[in-house]
Design a protein. Sequence first.
Length: 242
Amino acid sequence: KMPCNVASVALLLVALYADTGHGSAMGRTPPLGWSSWYAFGAAVDQELLEATYSKLANRSVKPGCNKSLQDFGYVFANIDDGWQACNTGVKDSAGVPSYHSAEGVPLVNVTKFPDLASMTATARSLGLRTGFYMNNYICSEGMPIGGLGGAAYRRNMQGSVNFLVDHKFDYIKIDSGSVYNDMQLWHDLIKASGHDMVIENCHQGQLEPTKSWCPFDLFRTTGDLHVVGLDMELLATASALD
């Protein structure tokens, strides 16, 4: 028996790659990795993320194996909901503060994430790829002044993409918690940035691709499992290192 092997892990996502799709080089096969929601829920922070990076790259899990989850292809480590500084931004059309600045920049809870640039640099130094989460459910944002496609809407979308590029994120999960559901615009802005990034359409079976329209790399087909608090280090390592 080999000193270590990898078992398959079921995914609730469908990977897509076609001439009509987004076409990230990293999204041609189903991305393997980890996302923070089922482990930490809204309690996610930078310290927990960086500890998870170490777990994914740990080659001492099994004596004599000298392999990590990263070695088996589990290279993505993604932040889910809970990073935002709720109600600290400009007001939406209903007068409720958002978490975008007047310039359209997403506002981060710096108590939880004091230095995102340093965090993503740490991941890259370990050979990992980092993901982010937009269109959040926690303190979800209402319609900006001017409505869909208006100046504020496009400013927030462009500011969000600039934020992802500036922090060198490799993956973006677009959820359906707020009003920024324009997957075509997400694709167009990311493509125009020149930064390769996997796009996940997380709309629970809505906005499905067609033969002629698929501006993302993968899409979600189910709802949440509604389980938070799983020890992903133990579960993922047990599945991948036998």
